[in-house]
Ligand binder design. Sequence first.
Ligand SMILES: Cc1cc2nc3c(=O)[nH]c(=O)nc-3n(C[C@H](O)[C@H](O)[C@H](O)COP(=O)(O)OP(=O)(O)OC[C@H]3O[C@@H](n4cnc5c(N)ncnc54)[C@H](O)[C@@H]3O)c2cc1C
Length: 240
Amino acid sequence: MRRTIARRLLDRLFLTGEVVEAEQVTARMRRVRIGGDGLSDLRWAPGQHVRLLVGDGGPLGGVLRTYSVWRYDPAWEALDVIGFDHGGDSPGVSWIRGARPGQEVSFMRPEGSFALAREAPYHLFAGEETASVAFGAMLGALPEGASVYGAVEAGSPEDHLDLPGGLVRVCRGGASAAGSEVLVNAVRELELPDGPGVAYLAGEARTIQAVRAHLVGERGWQRRDVRTKPFWTPGRKGMD
Ligand SMILES: Cc1cc2nc3c(=O)[nH]c(=O)nc-3n(C[C@H](O)[C@H](O)[C@H](O)COP(=O)(O)OP(=O)(O)OC[C@H]3O[C@@H](n4cnc5c(N)ncnc54)[C@H](O)[C@@H]3O)c2cc1C
């Protein structure tokens, strides 16, 4: 009985879909397409994410892990997420690595407030691999002629996603993505117009803080000009 109630509750909270495609898109990033009947009328804005129920516990014992939506098209009845393989064996990355067509997956509807500004003199993006997924969706949704700047960091040249917008690519090599000076320095070196635009900073939490400190402290931006979304940080699980 208790199990039935829990199952009903889960069915209200979650959509059920199926992995319909999975492919390696960079050396350490895998795109997973999730399809299903409930995916023909989702409300989604570029920059938003879904929470997937993953782990070994089955529908009643899984854990939630968050992935930005790379693409969604109601006509496909499917959405794409792209997961970065950070090398651990934790539930999210294990699910991304193991996703195969035919596999059932429960997930929550798209949500989140990390979104494009309606108007901005220019848009500035900065983050590492995990952030580049949201950035891809956001860049693709900018009006033609929008002015774009930014830097994306990856472990190696083979780890960069193909993104529109001409963002500068930098590599951290073997250095940690946490509190990354490589990314802060890349943003510092950008030749930006006079005056602030709107910045979108995502990915590792300490790096985001450092990039924001640079924009506010060294370039004179207001904090309100900077939109941030921490995705992960060492030692924290399933950050949201
Ligand atoms: C709004 C939002 C959107 C996100 N979008 C994406 C996305 O599109 N693609 C994507 O790959 N990730 C994305 N993430 C990050 C993803 O949810 C986390 O990386 C998540 O922690 C992975 O789950 P896990 O079970 O593998 O690791 P957890 O169990 O959460 O953590 C285990 C350990 O791994 C470490 N860890 C987690 N992520 C990384 C990393 N990237 N590099 C190094 N160490 C790490 C943790 O700090 C922790 O110590 C997003 C997060 C949020 C909040």
